[in-house]
Write a new protein. Sequence first.
Length: 114
Amino acid sequence: MLLYDECRLKVPYERKFLVVNNTDLPGCYGLVRQVCKPHCYVIEPRKGVIPARGKIPVTITATLDDIGIFADTIQLFIDNSLWTGFVLVAVGTGTTIFVDKPFAPELNLGYQFR
């Protein structure tokens, strides 16, 4: 399980792990998401070749756009066979209101926000 804990909205959070090949032959691997919205988790690199006796670092970045729990399952395939699966869990915190441009040079919300 890769646990991201609490993530502020619209801020990318990374977790890294290694895919290791302990054999004398190179092997192909692929990572496949199962459930979540496509924009929640980004896997880099998603597939590739692991050299003999080598390792490949993989980064999974969570960028949440809403509050709540975002869970997904990732399946790791080695040479077209399912090798293992693991769970990603992130909790979105913060506000879902984002302002790209200022309202005006000055915004006075009155005595309620002092």
